[in-house]
Design a protein around this ligand. Structure first.
Ligand code: ADP
Ligand code: F6P
Length: 329
């Protein structure tokens, strides 16, 4: 299906992730290459409502491919959740001749775009940008690989001090609802235990495992905990108290890695992914497609209906749990 697309607007929304700049650059340059006007919207839906727009050409995105964060800034916007807010946003798009959107963000941002499309028919393509890797329809999201590497580097450093003092560390990593970062970084950094929302390890098993570690002569231990893990009913600080009470042989510390996981220069893998998805998003709009999200499956760039991306749940590779158990012998 051909389209009448003449002016595409691109924006980043929700939690930022490394590689968003590479995705913006890709969208802007693909538009320049295909001679389509491109507008950058600052601060996501908030900027759309306020008309915070900037015409972009190939040179507007010089030297950003290697930068973390997002040059267009991001925001969470309550007003866009209201009909009145979305009406204002549509009026701004109309006033500026914008006829289609590329939304770089997570499932919340896609839900907003879908609602907007239902109400005003503005075509859009989504690019999944989040460190959590919690979006169905893509093996990985833009920013996930960088975050994993950041976490592994941080845990390596924590291990240095942990082993110098024969300590046990609970390291909390991001992952609001899913354990992808925790499981993969935990294996990559050689953690003794990994607590994730998808798998109930149980407090007794945690104690057994820590006892076994001591008995086997391990001088220090790292337990990686996904922030969204509620399986033990305890947060990292409560886990520290619990282990100190029940296993006084351990000197326990807590490290919450927090937002440093969202920053930093994107890895090559995230940059290439973002470049591929940005081009795909623009080409798809020009082919008359809408309400789809770019993804990657078996090294092919794919399109998934956004409704499925929002509703579907990502699957954790349970084999990795077995691998982790074997390797912490
Ligand atoms: P993410 O895209 O990272 O999941 P959020 O869940 O915070 O981040 O969503 C980003 C923004 O998308 C919200 O601040 C809001 O403006 C918009 N949004 C999310 N859900 C809806 C919804 N149900 N209706 C309209 N807009 C929404
Ligand atoms: O980007 C996803 C995420 O990092 C989650 O893992 C985390 O819960 C959340 O964002 C925190 O975001 P903020 O502090 O921006 O609300």
């Amino acid at each position: 299906m051909a389209s009448n697309i003449k002016k595409i607007a691109v924006f980043t929304s929700g939690g930022d992730s490394p590689g968003m700049n590479a995705a913006i650059r890709s969208v802007v340059r693909a538009c320049a290459y295909l001679q389509i006007d491109c507008i950058g919207i600052f601060r996501g839906y908030q900027g759309m409502i306020e008309g915070d727009f900037m015409p972009m050409n190939a040179r507007s995105v010089n030297n950003i491919i290697n930068k973390g964060g997002t040059m267009l800034k991001s925001a969470r916007c309550e007003e866009f959740r209201t009909k009145a807010g979305r009406k204002k946003a549509f009026e701004q798009l109309q006033a500026n001749g914008i006829d289609s959107l590329v939304v770089i963000g997570g499932d919340g941002s896609f839900t907003g775009a879908l609602k907007f499309n239902e109400e005003y028919g503005v075509p859009f393509i989504g690019i999944p940008g989040t460190i959590d890797n919690d979006i169905f329809g893509t093996r990985v999201t833009v920013g996930y690989d960088t975050a994993l590497n950041t976490v592994v580097e941080a845990i390596d450093k924590i291990r240095d001090t942990a082993s110098s003092h024969h300590r046990l560390f609970f390291v909390e990593v991001m992952g609001r609802d899913v354990g992808h970062i925790a499981l993969n970084s935990g294996i990559g950094a050689g953690a003794e235990e990994i607590l994730i929302p998808e798998e109930d390890l149980g407090l007794e098993r945690l104690l057994d495992s820590l006892k076994r570690s001591k008995a086997r002569g391990k001088s220090s231990s790292i337990v990686v905990v996904a922030e969204g893990d509620r399986t033990t009913g305890k947060n990292v600080y409560e886990l520290k108290e619990f282990v100190e009470e029940n296993l006084p042989i351990y000197d326990v510390r807590v490290c919450v890695l927090g937002h440093m996981q969202r920053g930093g220069a994107p890895t090559c893998s995230d940059r290439v992914l973002a470049c591929r998805m940005g081009v795909k998003a623009v080409e798809s709009l020009l082919e008359g497609k809408s309400n789809l999200m770019t993804g990657i499956q078996e090294n092919e760039i794919t399109l998934t209906p956004v409704i499925e991306a929002i509703k579907g749940k990502t699957k954790l590779d349970k084999e990795l749990i077995r691998i982790s158990d074997i390797l912490t012998v």
